[in-house]
Every structure is written in structure tokens, then in C-alpha cells.
Design a protein around this ligand. Structure first.
Ligand code: NAD
Length: 475
């Protein structure tokens, strides 16, 4: 049982001023494995004051100094990578391969930011003027539970690279992971106050960050509902916002696709991060002419997917993070059935023998139409809805018929055609015959999937304010 009673403010672990307690659970068993003392408004204000004080000198650091800090942060995370991976498996339930990949990716965010920084010019000439890109100020960073290290490290990397200081509010459900990550980041030896970490509830700590006038920008990843609350609150003090929100990503299999590649990719994209992924390819768009063939292959592929606790060899789908999340997925599976969709594989309830944890059956629905709730709303579990189409134009139209626009996938053999289809999808990233990440490419959403972009130079642009000098400008 881990007791977490400190927050990280001004370069030190300090006792929580807040007194409310929050139980941390192992989602594979629902056993309580830790207790977190939640930060309150006062802890948050202290963290903001520290970040504001640190901004004065940190905003004046050179690119070289900040590159060195990014390297140190990377090294400090890698130093304890094995422990970090174990914590993800225990507290979040990610299977080992996923836990490992996401931890290494998180560390790599610092190196990717360092690389992008080399080519980023903070002083530019435009027309007859000079433009200085200045750090936006103190950044409030608010993150969800489904990839805690990745979101915290990437947003922190963006802030460090651009000379901003930050107050980080991770999800209260990730207390153990956050504690360990904070110990790593602390070891990097950055000046006090450059980053501060206060874990508490969204409507307490998150709300204080949203309204506090000393925060200049919020970088948020989470649900569209909360993103809207933050955006509304942020406008009172005209904070800049970067919002990374929900998704309902289409995956178009074109009729010339090599199904031996496209189907495993589709299943992996749909069940990525045990389905608890904003980018998951949950709407599988298949050509009517090959629907039966694809159905059979999907069923065969999903039957091989191993669900279980993270330590079990070969597991690729772990438990849902909480009982609440388990119930949410069950609710949608039932809605699918009640709405007339047909379960191809999976369905309601726990997989046999896994009743003690928050495990769900990886599920694929067929006979789905795009207007059904299961095709429109984010389920955030391993549930794929298969929808048939007749022409490429119809596939594109179905793909775009959603309030979201975060990610999309296209599989096809004729690359000119696949690229043509990809270019017509309204989404921040479209992956062609591919499942993966590029830490230098922009990431973010069209439509209600968010505002702004993260990663690489596009990410930096969101952390700086351009100031133009006109007239007798010294060059
Ligand atoms: P959530 O929106 O409930 O919470 C996200 C964070 O916001 C948490 O730290 C939470 O405590 C905080 N929060 C809650 N209420 C708040 C408020 N009133 N003011 C300020 N902060 C508040 O999301 P979640 O359940 O933690 O994560 C799942 C959601 O995140 C899904 O919708 C998923 O699509 C989305 N997500 C998006 C991306 C992306 O990059 N686009 C990535 C991962 C997850």
C-alpha cells in the first residue's frame, strides 16, 4: 500500500495542504494499492506562484541550456524505466509491451523536442520587421489517465523547449505513476519552480488552473466535455488553449488492400491501449464487395487477441482502468445490441475467468450504420464498429460524418489512390498502411477533437507569443 502525501512545488516534495484522500486501485483485481492525498486550491496557487517566479530567469535561458535540460530529463526518466513500466502495469493495467512502449516514447519526447529545437528560430524577419517568439508564460498542463507519462513528458518538453514554466495536474487516477515520474524528473536538476506537479481533482486543481490569472496558457488532454469547460473558463483571462480531445477514428480499408496486412492492422488500431485510446480506429469502413471476406478475417484475428492481466505472456488487451470505465464500455455494448447491430465476436460481460478485474471482451459489431450511437460516440474500450461502403467517395463521406477529427487510417495497395483518399479525410493525422507515431509530426484534432497541435515545431508555435518590432529595428 503506497501512501502519497506530497506534491512537487518549487523543486521540493512538500506535504499536501489538501487533506482529501483518494484510493488508487489495481484494475486487474480492484484491490486498493495506494492512497493519494489530493492537492487543493492552496497547493495549486503555491505551485503557480513558484512557476511564475521561475519564469523570470527561465524565459531568458538559451536554446543550448534548454537542450541540455531536455537531455537530462530524458536520461532521468530512462534511469528508472523498469520501475516506471511496472507502475503502469500495476496501476493502469497496460500489458507489458504497451507499458514499455509508452514509457520509452514518453522519455523520447524530450529528445524529439531537443531535435526540433535545433531548427526552430525564435527570432525571424518578416517584411521589414523583426519577429521575436517569446515564451507564452506559465503553462497549466492537465492530463488524463490513459497514458500519463506520455502526456506529462510531451507537454513538459514543449514548455521547457520554449522557455515556459509549468504547473502540471495529472489525473488523480495515476497517483503512483505520477509519484515515480516526479522523482525521476526531480533528479534532472532543473531550477526550482520550472515545473511543479500537483495531483488533485479536476474540479478543484484543474478549475484553479483554469481561472488563475497567472496562468497564461493551458495545454489539456482529455474528454471533449471537460475541454469545453476549460475553454469556457480560460476565456475570462484570455488564456491560450491547446485542447487534445476525444476521437472516433475511421479506418478505411480500400477494396485493393492486402487483407493479410490490413485486417491485423485494423484490429491493432481498434484495440490500441486496450481500446482506451483517443486515436483508436473504432469505425472500420469496409468495401461491400469484400465485406464477408473481411468479416471472417476480423473474427479470426480477434479470436487470437489475448485479454488478461498485464504480466500474462502475450496479453495485448488489459483491464479497463476502473469499474466506472468497465460499466461505460458495457453500456455501449448493450446500446449496440439494442440499436440493431450484430455482435460478430465478443459481447457483454467479462471474459471467462477474469471476473475479478475490469476486463471486457474485445468486441466487433457488424451491420452498423454510421448514425448509430456506437458509431458516433467515443466508447474508450476495445469495441470496433464495422460499416460497409460502396465507393471511395462514400467511404470518405462516412469517415467525415462525425463531430470528431483526430486520427484516421487508410489501407490500400494503389498508393496514389490511398493518398488521395487520405487527403480528403478531416483529421489531424491520417496513417496510410501504418500504425505508429512520429514525435516530430503535428498531432491534434480537427473539429471537436480539439484546438491546436502538439509535437515538434507545430507544438512549439502554441507555446510562444510572436512580438513584431517595426521601424528602426536593429538586426
Ligand atoms: P477527463 O476529461 O475526464 O479528464 C482529463 C483531465 O481533466 C483529468 O486530469 C481530470 O482530473 C481533469 N478535469 C476534469 N474535470 C475538470 C475541470 N472541470 N476542470 C479542469 N480539469 C478537469 O478525461 P479522462 O477520463 O481522464 O481521459 C479520457 C478522455 O481523454 C477521452 O475522452 C479521450 O479521448 C481523451 N484523450 C484525448 C487524447 C488526445 O490526445 N486527443 C489523448 C488521450 C485521451
Amino acid at each position: 500500500m503506497k501512501l502519497i502525501t506530497n506534491h512537487y512545488i518549487n523543486g521540493k516534495f512538500v506535504p499536501s495542504h489538501g487533506t482529501a484522500q483518494y484510493d488508487l486501485i489495481n484494475p486487474s483485481t480492484n484491490a486498493v494499492i495506494g492512497r493519494l492525498t489530493l492537492a487543493d486550491e492552496k497547493d495549486t496557487q503555491d505551485a503557480i506562484a513558484a512557476a511564475k517566479a521561475a519564469l523570470k530567469s527561465f524565459s531568458k535561458t538559451t536554446k543550448q541550456q534548454r537542450s541540455d535540460y531536455l537531455q537530462k530529463l530524458h536520461d532521468a526518466v530512462m534511469e528508472r524505466a523498469d520501475e516506471l513500466i511496472d507502475a503502469v502495469m500495476e496501476e493502469y493495467g497496460a500489458p507489458r509491451a504497451r507499458a514499455k512502449g509508452s514509457t520509452l516514447d514518453a522519455a523520447n519526447n524530450f529528445l524529439a523536442a531537443k531535435e526540433a529545437l535545433q531548427g526552430f528560430e525564435f527570432v525571424r524577419s518578416v517584411g521589414k520587421s523583426r519577429v521575436l517568439l517569446e515564451p507564452v508564460g506559465v503553462v497549466g498542463i492537465i492530463t488524463p489517465w490513459n497514458s500519463t507519462y506520455g502526456f506529462v513528458c510531451n507537454k513538459l518538453a514543449m514548455a521547457i523547449a520554449t522557455g515556459c514554466t509549468s504547473v502540471i495536474k495529472p489525473s488523480e487516477m495515476s497517483g503512483i505513476q505520477v509519484q515515480l515520474l516526479t522523482e525521476c524528473l526531480d533528479k534532472a536538476g532543473l531550477p526550482p519552480g520550472v515545473f511543479n506537479i500537483v495531483t488533485g481533482l479536476g474540479d478543484v486543481v484543474g478549475a484553479e488552473i483554469t481561472r488563475n490569472p497567472h496562468i497564461s496558457k493551458i495545454s489539456f488532454t482529455g474528454s471533449t466535455v471537460v475541454g469545453k469547460i476549460i475553454a469556457r473558463g480560460a476565456v475570462d483571462t484570455m488564456k491560450r488553449v491547446t485542447l487534445e480531445l476525444g476521437g472516433k477514428s475511421p479506418n478505411i480499408i480500400l477494396d485493393d488492400a492486402d487483407l493479410s496486412r490490413a485486417v491485423p492492422l485494423a484490429v491493432a488500431a481498434g484495440f490500441a491501449n486496450s481500446g482506451q485510446a483517443c486515436i483508436a480506429g473504432t469505425r472500420l469502413l469496409v468495401p461491400e464487395s469484400r465485406a464477408e471476406e473481411i468479416k471472417a478475417l476480423v473474427k479470426e484475428t480477434v479470436a487470437q487477441v489475448k485479454v488478461g492481466p498485464p504480466h500474462m505472456e502475450g496479453t495485448s488487451v488489459g483491464p479497463m482502468v476502473s469499474k466506472k470505465q468497465y460499466e461505460r464500455v458495457q453500456h455501449y455494448i448493450q446500446l449496440g445490441i439494442d440499436g440493431g447491430a450484430e455482435v460478430l465476436i465478443g459481447g457483454p460481460g467479462h471474459p471467462e475467468g477474469l471476473e475479478g478485474g475490469n476486463f471486457v471482451k474485445p468486441t466487433v459489431f457488424v451491420n452498423v450504420t454510421n448514425d448509430m450511437t456506437i458509431a458516433q460516440e467515443e466508447i474508450f474500450g476495445p469495441v470496433i464498429s464495422m460499416i460497409t461502403y460502396k465507393t471511395d467517395e462514400e467511404a470518405i463521406s462516412i469517415a467525415n460524418d462525425t463531430i470528431y477529427g483526430l486520427h484516421a487510417f487508410v489501407s490500400g495497395t494503389d498508393l496514389v489512390r490511398a493518398n488521395r483518399v487520405a487527403s480528403q479525410i478531416e483529421a489531424g493525422r491520417v496513417l496510410i498502411n501504418f500504425l505508429g507515431h512520429d514525435a516530430l509530426a503535428p498531432f491534434g484534432g480537427f473539429k471537436q477533437s480539439g484546438i491546436g497541435r502538439e509535437y515538434g515545431v507545430f507544438g512549439f508555435e502554441a507555446y510562444v507569443e510572436p512580438k513584431a518590432l517595426l521601424g528602426d529595428v536593429l538586426g
